[in-house]
Design a protein around this ligand. Structure first.
Ligand SMILES: [Zn+2]
Length: 350
């Protein structure tokens, strides 16, 4: 296939004329420099992003679009969420679809990655059913078992989930998803039809990557991620501080159809920001995301380093068959050993 025709098929452009900007964007995507970019690792992902770097990563962006995206991406309150109105405006201005924009923003998502063990930066950009885009990046836990790693796809899903998104329409990724992530994504209600946009390979549906899936229905579960269901929980001890209540809310929104061990974590950063994570279970158990992993995603996307955690609260269900307590302490010790961890039990309201 001729190079331009191949580029057109990669971007699913059909017969539309290729603009110079689009060609530049695809060439930038195919460049290997994005996984080996030199970054100041002491800085947070948001601090690594400035106008100069965005110009390098996306040279085809107009100055207006660049300014618009920078404002959103560096806003800590948005935590890696690009609202639909912004994505629509940039996509229209750059004459591209929102999914093409998602692919083009993958190098930006990679800036948020925290891979102290592999130094391999994975970026993901998820398009929610609302039209919002959500960034995700891999987070590794130094000194602990590799199983505590958060993959970029999981991070993007957790980011969208914690920000109230109702579903996943499409997921762009810098590399093909590993088996663990294929399984993790199989928990979505639209799993077989989910479109994955793999950098350099074009679009593929999850069913093609997971042809003989094991999923919720094999365990007799009808629930799926993003159902919007909430557990009716209350704290046992009459605790009512802000961090415990935030963790309770996260626990109530957790997805635990296999163990019913609803749990949530809230962390307070040195910048006095509160980040929460809900427990997200998986039919195959191991790809499940612990509540602290979810909170770490929120914190990293909020522009802070995991070491910035000053305090954490874990809320989980009393008498549950599993506990997040030891995993939470282990991951917290790896990043912020001085951080205080409180474990507050909850129960289902009668
Ligand atoms: Zn993975």
């Amino acid at each position: 296939m001729a190079p331009f025709a191949r580029l057109a098929s990669l971007l699913n452009l059909g017969n539309t004329a290729l603009s110079r900007r689009k060609v530049l964007s695809v060439l930038a995507l195919l460049s290997p420099t994005h996984t080996t970019m030199e970054l100041n690792l002491s800085l947070s992902g948001a601090a690594r992003l400035d106008a100069g770097r965005l110009r390098k990563l996306a040279p085809w962006l107009s100055a207006e679009s660049r300014d618009r995206l920078l404002r959103v991406l560096k806003d800590p309150s948005l935590r890696g969420r690009i609202p639909a109105a912004e994505t629509g405006a940039v996509a229209a201005s750059e004459r591209m679809t929102v999914d093409e924009l998602a692919i083009a923003l993958l190098p930006v998502a990679q800036l948020f990655s925290e891979p102290p063990l592999s130094n391999f930066r994975v970026g993901a950009v998820l398009r929610g059913t609302s039209g919002n885009l959500y960034l995700g990046a891999n987070i590794e836990v130094p000194g602990q078992m590799l199983g505590f790693s958060v993959h970029a796809e999981q991070a993007a899903v957790a980011n969208a989930y914690m920000q109230g998104e109702r579903g996943v329409a499409c997921l762009a990724i810098t590399v093909a998803p590993c088996g663990h992530c294929r399984q993790f994504l199989n928990e979505l209600p639209n799993a077989p039809d989910l479109t994955l946009l793999v950098k350099g390979s074009g679009a593929i549906e999850l069913r093609a990557l997971l042809p003989q899936p094991f999923g919720p229905k094999d365990l007799g579960v009808t629930d799926r991620l993003f159902s919007g269901k909430r557990a009716d929980l209350e704290l046992l001890e009459g605790v009512s501080d802000e961090l415990s209540l935030a963790a309770l809310q996260a626990a109530a929104g957790s997805y635990a159809p296999y163990t019913k061990a609803y749990s949530g974590v809230a962390v307070l950063s040195s910048m006095k920001a509160v980040y929460t994570g809900a427990y997200l279970e998986n039919a195959a158990f191991n790809p499940s995301l612990s509540p602290l992993q979810g909170a770490l995603v929120s914190l990293v996307m909020g522009g802070e380093k995991p070491q910035a955690i000053a305090e954490a609260v874990l809320v989980d269900l009393e008498n549950a068959p599993i506990s997040q307590s030891s995993a939470t302490r282990a991951v917290l010790d790896a990043f912020a050993p001085a951080a205080r961890l409180r474990h507050v039990p909850a129960r289902l309201k009668r």
